[in-house]
Write a new protein. Structure first.
Length: 332
């Protein structure tokens, strides 16, 4: 009997090892399927979004964060900070410290837009949770009962989106996935409506050194009033070179219900550890009937300190006017 115990122990260890290996394989396969969901779900949802139509909650198309905006929105493969809540929740899995990001912008006449996002890693290996508030307010809209020069009164258009997010790395090396749930509210004079929407995203640091890819589906949810939300699909790649001083990025955006598509190219160059300059261009704005070749162009700069960053972006919109975006970020 004593000579058989080691044999039984060895057989048990091998059996246990096989069970563990099968468990790991199943776990890896699960996350591989989850990562592919962003791409595989597209045809199913596209069937619900055929045809051009009016969409509600248009403010959801207004990007946040001066850094990604200065790169013309080519950011789905670069999102790895608190602003990933908007651009690609799959990037939240890369957040390593608590982060707070905020910005306020005076856009066109009587239009004010702002946001605040916060991301915090959970205990080791349990992912990252985040939250965000995005709003756009249009004030002093004139109201008339008849054809008169003097308005009877004024009213405002208020738009808010409150977002809760979660992102995590997966057993597949370099791959992180994430999701958002959003509560959206829109008011226009005496009209008000609510909606709920979901986003999903993935980001992958490929085996090719310095190459990352990312993709997301955004604003899949209920109608807001009589109109659908601006369902969109976004995907792209980013490549760093010159010892990570220069980053080149490209994104493709498809707005399903609006039947619009855009292609963005962006670049970021770090002159040193603290100062960056950025530029980009988003093609496809000719279909928007904005009479200026500068529409789609973006320029900006950034200053990065130990626990703080300041980013600026300049975006011209032709006859509508130029916009200046400023955002601040903190890590702690």
């Amino acid at each position: 009997m004593t000579t058989k115990l080691p044999v039984r122990s060895s057989l048990a260890a091998r059996h246990s090892g096989k069970i563990q290996t099968r468990t790991d394989l199943r776990s890896t396969e699960f996350f591989r399927l989850a990562a592919c969901a962003v791409l595989l779900i597209s045809p199913l949802i596209t069937a619900q979004a055929l045809g051009v139509g009016t969409t509600g909650a248009q403010f959801l198309k207004v990007g946040i964060g001066a850094r990604p905006l200065a790169m013309a929105g080519a950011f789905s493969a670069l999102a790895e900070d608190a602003d990933a809540v908007y651009w690609n929740p799959g990037g939240l899995g890369e957040v390593k410290r608590k982060e707070l990001s905020a910005g306020y912008n005076s856009l066109f006449q009587d239009q004010n837009q702002g946001f605040v996002t916060y991301a915090s890693p959970l205990s080791e290996g349990r992912g990252v949770w985040a939250a965000g508030l995005d709003y756009l307010v249009v004030s002093n809209i004139e109201k008339r009962a008849g054809d008169t020069e003097t308005p009877d009164s004024t009213f405002s258009n208020q738009n808010f989106a409150l977002t809760g997010s979660y992102g995590s790395k997966t057993p597949i090396e370099g791959l992180s996935i994430g999701a958002n749930v959003k509560y959206i509210r829109e008011t226009l004079d005496t009209f008000s409506a609510n909606a709920v929407a979901f986003d999903i995203g993935a980001r992958y640091k490929t085996p090719i050194e310095s190459l990352s890819v990312g993709g997301s589906m955004r604003n899949f949810g209920t109608k807001i009033g009589p109109d659908p939300l601006p369902l969109s699909f976004k995907g792209g790649a980013a490549y760093t070179l010159w010892n990570k001083k220069l980053t080149l990025a490209s994104d493709f955006d498809w707005l399903a219900n609006d039947q619009r598509s855009y292609w963005a190219l962006g670049a970021e160059f770090w002159a040193n550890k603290s100062i960056a300059v950025r530029a980009g261009y988003q093609f496809g704005h000719g279909q928007d009937q904005l009479q200026s070749r500068l529409v789609g162009a973006a320029f900006g700069a950034g200053l990065k300190l130990e626990h703080m960053r300041v980013d600026y972006a300049f975006l011209p919109f032709g006859e509508l006017g130029d916009t200046h975006r400023l955002s601040l970020g903190w890590t702690f």
